[in-house]
Design a protein around this ligand. Structure first.
Ligand SMILES: [Zn+2]
Length: 290
């Protein structure tokens, strides 16, 4: 699944025509289309180039130093290219912010539903002391595994996306090989967090299976306002137990542990107990004023 550009507007001498990449070859590109190809997104107009490949399908790419509008589907493809990461990593931009929000909310609701049985035995209470118990995340009662399969999965490349895809949900124990390279919505309890200025790593757990959630350079490039906020999560998990993280990102194989990891690309792609990190940070800054 890639977000490569497979159609373009050919505009010359006041005429416009939409072209599929298969309609272009090196010869016609050089003679006719070069310098006259543009993004198909309305009001975007970013200039495109044609990339010819023999073994794989050819594609259009954004012209050097051209930028897509922020609303454009291919906007982040530009940032990703600048940072030297593959376009595959950026498909989550296809999901509008509103859709991500709804998907995260729904996932949290599902997580809480499966929590109910567990909560009959162990009430979710504020910890008496601030020390994190060693048993955090370890469950006596197995939580329900959430695997959603009845949703459409991929966007059709290059076509104007009328309705963004729903994203498949997975509790941390439900990831499988087929998820690698795809975008998924993870549900897990936060076990641990480490962070520095330009990265953050959250270990999540569900039924004793762990998934590492990564926030890296691309994340902070997309969402610079999240810089310096991750310590709030540390504080929160020190105060509360069974804190649910829901996060949308790309699934990868972790090189060291050979377990799964999820790479998050933007601030609207995750929540902590149904709160955005900004909301959580605001909560604590209000508290400190009290
Ligand atoms: Zn565009």
């Amino acid at each position: 699944m890639a977000v490569s550009i497979t159609s373009a507007i050919f505009r010359k001498d006041g005429k416009e025509q939409e072209l599929k990449v298969v309609e272009v070859d090196l010869k016609s590109y050089q003679s006719t289309y070069k310098n006259n190809l543009f993004c198909t997104t309305p009001d975007c107009n970013a200039k495109l180039a044609f990339v010819f490949r023999t073994a794989k399908p050819s594609y259009f790419r954004t012209w050097k130093k051209e930028n897509h509008t922020e609303e454009c589907l291919f906007h982040f493809e530009r940032i990703a290219a600048r940072l030297g990461v593959s376009a595959e990593q950026t498909i989550s931009v296809v999901l509008s912010s509103e859709r991500k929000k709804n998907a995260l909310k729904e996932a949290y609701r599902l997580a809480k539903m499966s929590d109910e049985e567990k909560e009959k035995q162990k009430n979710k209470t504020k910890k008496p002391n601030k020390k994190k118990p060693k048993t955090i995340g370890k469950k006596e009662v197995p939580a329900i595994k959430i695997v959603s399969t009845n949703e459409e999965e991929d966007v059709v490349e290059g076509e104007k996306v009328k309705r963004g895809p729903n994203i498949l949900k997975r509790t941390a124990d439900a990831f499988n090989v087929a998820d690698i390279g795809k975008h998924r919505l993870l549900i897990g309890e936060i076990k641990d967090i480490t962070f520095s200025e330009k990265s953050a790593f959250i270990t999540t757990i569900w039924n004793r299976s762990e998934v590492l959630v990564k926030f890296e350079e691309v994340f902070f490039a997309n969402s610079p306002e999240y810089n310096g906020l991750f310590h709030n999560i540390e504080r929160y998990i020190n105060e509360y137990q069974n804190v649910i993280l829901t996060a949308i990102g790309e699934v990868r194989r972790n090189r060291e542990s050979s377990g799964y990891e999820l790479v998050v690309f933007s601030g609207d792609g995750f929540t902590i107990e149904d709160m955005s990190l900004q909301a959580l940070a605001a909560h604590y800054s209000r508290k400190s004023l009290e």
